[in-house]
Design a protein around this ligand. Structure first.
Ligand code: NAI
Ligand code: MG
Length: 364
């Protein structure tokens, strides 16, 4: 039996292309793993009315973690139109599989590195090497919304200012939710020898929820005297990240701010072809490139596999295969610096698989 059982979730469009690339480097690294294919994505919505079938969820429960490509999603009206005839008119609602996975497995950490690999023509600046810890389950994504506002709710003191016809979305930050993501950020900094953790918030305006997040960060920071701690408002943070990104190290933020700053940060170091993410909980994790299914490139093996290969690196770290993770990252860095083999986004003409093979050569 193999040491690891890894769920293999290519999904739609270029998700398949980039997972083929991932497999090339995993095989070259000789990871002792068994890869188990899982059905996920648009095809299963259309055919079965569920983009994340129950059999896939059951399979995931038997694995150590998952590598996910990308999925196509469309607004409800279009989704309804593409359903198989026998499924139409049954009130089926499309739900994003990746959001469902985060909820099902309580994957509360969204880890997004942004690193300027030397020689990447797309870097805005050299010296950028930051890691964002985005809380992945709460905040405005908690899912409690009202429209119109229930009369009962408008009786709560303060709520009378909210018109009945308003749409209201609750921003929920819990002590447990704040603590576990902030602790994860500090533990990561400690383990990786990183120097600073910056808490991103808007506590001067959103006083109670962001205030709770910031106070929690300040309290936990005291337990890590060797790690510098600071904090900034999210708007200022966006400005600083554009101006002096090399000054930041580990950032920790509630869900929405984390979503925004991580997309901003990815664009500083090459954009979607380089952006990888890990969704991590206490018992499971899902690794993915940040990009979507890029339908216009589906099956053409044109897109950059580096985002996915860096997601593989995060997966190897999660599996405590540190040596393989480092080896893989070094190989990626070398291939970027040599600049001989590159996909279209970097100004090259190589295929997804040629880039993966070049990286694989350096790890085998
Ligand atoms: P997208 O990320 O799929 O592609 C946008 C554009 O970015 C592409 O046309 C391409 O020019 C570029 N790009 C993407 N990945 C690249 C790579 N690896 N290398 C080089 N260039 C790359 O976003 P889009 O077009 O907005 O969405 C397409 C579909 O993907 C939609 O159905 C959307 O809902 C879904 N989506 C899924 C995500 C996921 O599965 N995690 C995330 C984002 C979008
Ligand atoms: Mg986003």
């Amino acid at each position: 039996m193999a040491k690891y059982r890894i769920a293999w979730l290519p999904g739609d469009g270029v998700g398949k292309d980039v997972l083929d690339a991932a497999r090339i480097v995993l095989d070259a690294l000789k990871l002792d793993a068994e890869y188990v294919h899982g059905d996920i994505g648009w095809e299963f919505w259309c055919r079965e009315g569920n983009p994340l079938p129950e059999r896939t969820i059951e399979m995931l429960k038997t694995t150590d973690c998952a590598l996910f490509g990308a999925i196509t999603s469309k607004p409800q009206k279009e989704a309804e139109e593409e359903l198989a005839p026998e499924l139409k008119g049954k009130g089926l609602q499309y739900r994003s599989p990746i959001v469902r996975l985060r909820q099902l497995f309580d994957l509360y950490i969204n880890l997004r590195p942004a690193k300027a690999y030397k020689g990447n023509p797309l870097n805005i600046k050299e010296g950028i090497d930051l890691v964002i810890f985005r809380e992945n389950t709460e905040d405005l994504y908690f899912g409690v919304e009202f429209h119109p506002v229930p009369e009962e709710m408008r009786k709560i003191p303060g709520m009378e200012r909210v018109p009945a016809d308003a749409a209201v979305s609750l921003k929920v930050i819990t002590p447990k939710g704040a603590e576990r993501i902030i602790r994860a950020a500090f533990e990561y900094a400690k383990k990786k020898g990183r120097k600073k953790v910056t808490c991103v918030h808007k506590a001067n305006v959103v006083r109670l929820s962001d205030g709770l997040f910031l106070d929690t960060a300040k309290r936990i920071a005291e337990e890590y005297p060797d790690i510098e701690f600071d904090h900034a408002n999210v708007d200022a943070m966006c400005m600083w990240l554009v101006k002096n990104p090399e000054r930041y190290d580990v950032l920790v933020a509630p869900n929405l701010y984390g979503d925004i700053i991580s997309d901003l940060a990815s664009q500083l170091v090459g954009g979607l072809g380089f952006a990888s993410a890990a969704n991590i909980g206490d018992n499971y994790a899902v690794f993915e490139p940040v990009h979507g299914s890029a339908p216009k490139y589906a099956g053409q093996y044109k897109v950059n596999p580096i985002a996915t290969i860096l997601a593989v690196k995060l997966m190897l770290e999660y599996l405590r295969e540190e040596e393989k993770a480092e080896k893989l990252e070094r190989a990626v860095a070398e291939v970027i610096e040599e600049g001989k083999v590159k996909t279209y986004d970097m100004g090259g003409e190589n295929t997804t698989l040629e880039v993966a093979e070049e990286i694989a050569k350096k790890v085998s």
